[in-house]
Design a protein around this ligand. Structure first.
Ligand code: KIV
Length: 268
């Protein structure tokens, strides 16, 4: 079993030119599978609002739900660095609120760090949480919690001004003490520029190959969520087909009296 990476070891990967791998996980089983696959870090993403809980936006998931899922992931992935996503409304009111809720993810959820969305606007809160003793991963570009303000799910940083703002956002997070920053849906040239502009690692999702690491959503990667598959997602498996085929076979065998047979029954 691989040793759990520490934060300093993760931070060493950028200067060493080693890519950081990150995958979302939402429960005990997925945590266990992601750890078994040797992925460096797990993000208990608020994307679970959509992929697991069936909401049509991430904004509906609560602190209690995120804690519940973080605890489950932790039980399945005891040897992986776990980052819990702070849900919408759990860090936006004040630095005190952010520090209190971030601490809950460590104390009650077993997380090693938290992620929160926003660049310059989130710098003060980021600094407060880091000062409060909880490592923070930033998240800029397409930030799903504020997608209404962004005008929908689209590529960010396409104008010169927007690109400049994103570079400023990344620098502000670095200065605030964030240990890394997720770049979501950003043109690959700009993502490369941001990656060069900061010393902390950039973790891309839809941001091309020049980031220091990559993250994807588990359900997308294994083909469990196909309502909408974004262009940047590579499906490495089609589990939905395998699962439905297995379930259909179970239904047929029960209906036909084939299952359970002697092999799957107790004698005596
Ligand atoms: O919630 C999530 O899964 C995320 C990733 C898309 C980075 O924030």
């Amino acid at each position: 079993m691989a040793k759990k990476l520490t934060l300093p070891e993760i931070l060493q990967m950028k200067p060493q030119g080693r890519k950081i791998t990150m995958m979302t996980a939402y429960d005990y089983t997925t945590g266990m599978l992601v750890e078994k696959a040797g992925i460096d870090t797990i993000l208990v993403g608020d994307s679970l609002a959509m992929t697991v809980l069936g909401y049509d936006s991430t904004v509906f998931v609560t602190m209690e739900e995120m804690l519940h899922h973080t605890r489950a992931v932790k039980r399945g992935a005891k040897n992986t660095f776990i980052i819990a996503d702070m849900p919408f409304g759990s860090y936006n009111a004040s630095c005190e609120q952010a520090v209190m809720n971030a601490s809950r993810f460590v104390r009650e959820g077993g997380a090693d760090a938290v992620k929160l969305e926003g660049g310059v606007v989130a710098a003060e809160v980021t600094a407060a949480v880091v000062k409060g003793g909880v490592p923070v991963l930033g998240h800029i570009g397409l930030t799903p919690q504020t997608v209404t303000q962004l005008g929908g799910f689209k590529v960010q940083g396409k104008t010169e001004e927007a690109a400049r703002q994103l570079i400023e956002d990344a620098r502000a997070l670095e200065e605030a003490g964030a240990f890394g920053v997720v770049l979501e849906c950003i043109p690959m040239g700009l993502a490369a520029e941001i990656t060069k502009a900061v010393s902390i690692p950039t973790i891309g999702i839809g941001a091309g190959p020049y980031c220091d690491g990559q993250v994807l959503v588990y359900n997308d990667v294994v083909g469990l969520f196909d309502k909408f598959v974004p262009k940047f997602v590579k499906q490495y498996a089609k589990l939905d087909e395998i699962i439905v085929t297995g379930l259909e076979k179970f239904r047929e065998e029960v209906q036909q009296g084939i299952f359970p047979d002697e092999e799957h029954s107790f004698k005596g």
